[in-house]
Ligand binder design. Structure first.
Ligand SMILES: N[C@@H](CCC(=O)N[C@@H](CS)C(=O)NCC(=O)O)C(=O)O
Ligand SMILES: [Fe+2]
Length: 356
């Protein structure tokens, strides 16, 4: 099983990518709208086919990336029938299975934080994604979205604490940077639900949390009830649409060699290698200007902000760093040449200088 835990710092949300190693079929649980580009890059780089985006519940603190990812990959959206959301491809009930290749997630209804909360249990019961039903040494609040401490008490005891003690638990949020826990651990040490704590103790605790409502709640809940579909069609920011840019999981915007060859005159090509390399056997892209990486920041003023910049080096590594430095210097239309001069030459594109 391929398993990745991804984090959105804005909302402290964890998104989970699970995939069958053989078929490469994948599911993404609780994607975040603003992280769809990052998540897409990882799915592409790992060679996965996104079958499903799954929600553990209708979130109150961030908008789901489910709709965006369906547009991008043709993945299907699933969440609880009890969530009341519109626009899903499948509405889940307790006992359902969501399959991806030879693997599956078992659906357990764990209402209480919201009435449509689901815990997804991995087929071998080695791990479960608890959403906000059970957090690490905590649990989801029960003071909005049909929340009920009484219901949550039953959900946790009957549906989560009934899993093997060794079963790892991955929550939808953590506000302290903790990443994983286990059933046995939470049964003993959860300060709201573990040890000798009775139902009445729990309800008393939950009724006095005194938390302010999530800042994004008025935007997030209606958007999530539409599975994250924006009300207005969104347009790429102008700094994102000057080329067919691809975004890497490392956080770099790239253009492909073929595109650059067709647009040599539309961009400034900045080669950040050393002079001996620029004039060496690989040659350089026609029209490229030489600004070695070590001098880039001090010479950035020589570059125009009117035309986008494509940074180039031997393999694409130093030029990736050049895009970061240029971004810091205030250039907002900058991309890396994917694969650098090595790929440019492998694709037999035209060069100035160089040897065959
Ligand atoms: N400060 C956060 C609110 C976080 C919050 O209320 N989180 C919910 C989950 S959606 C919760 O149940 N928190 C439990 C807790 O903090 O104990 C925001 O504005 O987004
Ligand atoms: Fe929540």
């Amino acid at each position: 099983m391929i398993f990745r835990q991804l984090f959105d710092p804005q909302s402290s949300t964890y998104t989970y990518l699970l995939a069958d190693e053989v078929s490469r079929q994948a599911v993404l649980v609780d994607p975040v709208f603003e992280q769809a580009r990052r998540d897409s890059a990882l799915i592409d780089e790992l060679g996965l086919k996104l079958k499903w985006t799954l929600e553990t519940h209708v979130h109150a603190d961030h908008v789901t990336g489910a709709w965006l990812l369906r547009e991008r990959f043709g993945s299907k959206i699933a969440l609880a029938a009890a969530s009341g959301a519109e626009g899903a491809d499948r509405l889940l009930q307790a006992g359902d299975r969501v399959e991806f290749g030879r693997r599956w997630l078992e659906v357990r209804a764990t209402p209480g934080h919201t009435n449509g909360c689901i815990t997804y249990v991995v087929d071998d019961h080695q791990a479960a994604l608890t959403g906000d039903a059970l957090l690490i040494r905590g649990c989801g609040r029960t003071d909005f979205q049909q929340g009920s401490a009484n219901t949550l008490y039953d959900s946790v005891h009957e549906q989560i604490f009934s899993l093997p003690d060794s079963c790892l638990l991955y929550p939808a949020h953590d506000y302290r940077g903790l990443t994983v826990t286990s059933v046995g651990e939470e049964k003993l040490f959860n300060p709201r639900l573990g040890g000798q704590i009775l139902r009445e103790d729990f309800i008393g605790y939950m009724n006095h949390l005194g938390l302010p409502h999530p800042k994004q709640m008025d935007i997030a809940v209606p958007a999530n009830l539409r599975c994250g579909r924006p009300q207005q069609p969104s347009q790429d920011a102008p700094e994102q649409n000057w080329a067919p840019l691809t975004y890497t999981f490392a956080g770099i915007l790239e253009v492909q060699p073929q595109w650059l060859e067709e647009h040599l005159r539309d961009v400034q090509i900045v080669d950040v290698r050393e002079p001996a390399e620029f004039n060496g056997s690989l040659g350089h892209v026609p029209g490229a200007i030489l600004v070695p990486l070590g001098t880039l920041t001090e010479r950035a003023a020589e570059l125009s902000k009117e035309r986008p910049i494509v940074a180039v080096c031997r393999s694409g590594a130093r030029s990736a760093q050049a895009t970061v430095l240029l971004g810091k210097a205030g250039f907002n239309r900058v991309a890396n040449l994917s694969g650098g001069m090595l790929r440019w030459r492998a694709q037999r594109l035209a060069v100035e200088g160089g040897t065959d």
